[in-house]
Design a protein around this ligand. Structure first.
Ligand code: ADP
Length: 241
């Protein structure tokens, strides 16, 4: 039996009411197996970010269930949800979301501090090493390239050893080379550390690094591509199968 790190069951999410109502997700059901890498693609407004936010416990579905590690998170209160996000989930954004006044090291350990935990210094060093930032611990975000800043954000997301890493266009603001490095780190989290990655992207080349691509249109999953090449993904997106 497949073990799901994250499972969405019949998830719907609607924003607004009446004339301004927008259905962002329509009864979406999908499982993310442990140790798998999934890319989520689709036109702008198709519901990709909403899917990611609901799956990560950052947004609440109107109906349906979201399970993380088997636990239904839809009924959790704000406090429990915050704890779950802290302990089991890592999130990476296109805009890095680092604190400009803090060094790379301080950014990585900030969530632990906020949770009143003492971060393990050797683990922080090991992570900064792994993401290729050894020697840059004292640099502030403005002193780092975009690629380096995203790698700080990845180290921060990995510190708590999350079961699942959610990434919303993690390479969207990066040049190609830096994008490749970030994707290699996400791939490594899956292959070497058995973590589960769910990544929203517009880039077929980035999506081709995943095991599987979900294609969303108008709040629904309309296609699933397994092990597809960038070329095949690009053709499918372009509608020319
Ligand atoms: P994508 O990530 O594929 O661009 P989103 O999940 O951001 O799509 O959005 C899906 C739909 O829901 C869009 O029509 C968007 O305008 C709408 N939407 C998303 N977030 C909100 C919000 N906070 N308030 C109102 N509408 C929203």
């Amino acid at each position: 039996m497949v073990e799901y790190a994250v499972l969405l069951e019949d998830v719907s999410r609607t924003y607004g009411k009446g004339d301004t109502e927008v259905v962002a997700l329509r009864r979406v059901g999908v499982g993310f197996a442990r140790g798998s890498f999934t890319a989520v693609m689709g036109p702008s407004g198709s519901g990709k970010s909403t899917l990611l936010q609901c799956a990560a416990g950052l947004d609440r579905p109107d109906s349906g269930a979201v399970r993380i590690g088997g636990q239904d998170i839809t009924g959790l209160g704000e406090k429990e949800l915050a704890m779950l996000r802290r302990d089991r989930v890592g999130v990476i954004f296109q805009a890095f979301n680092l604190v400009p006044s803090l060094t790379a090291w301080e950014n990585v350990v900030l969530p632990s501090h906020l949770a009143r935990r003492r971060p393990d210094a050797s683990r922080v060093r090991e992570l900064l090493d792994r993401v290729g930032l050894a020697g840059r611990e004292r640099h502030r975000p403005a002193q780092l390239s975009g690629g380096q800043q995203q790698r700080v954000a990845i180290a921060r997301a990995l510190l708590g050893r999350p079961e699942v890493l959610f990434a919303d266009e993690p390479t969207g603001a990066l040049d190609r080379g830096s994008g490749h490095e970030v994707l290699a780190l996400l791939r490594e989290a899956v292959d070497a550390f058995g973590q589960t990655v769910v990544m929203v992207t517009h880039d077929p080349e980035a999506a081709a690094r995943a095991d599987r691509v979900l294609l969303l249109t108008d709040g629904r999953i309309v296609d699933v591509l397994e092990g597809a090449s960038a070329e095949k993904i690009g053709l499918r997106l372009g509608g020319r199968r």
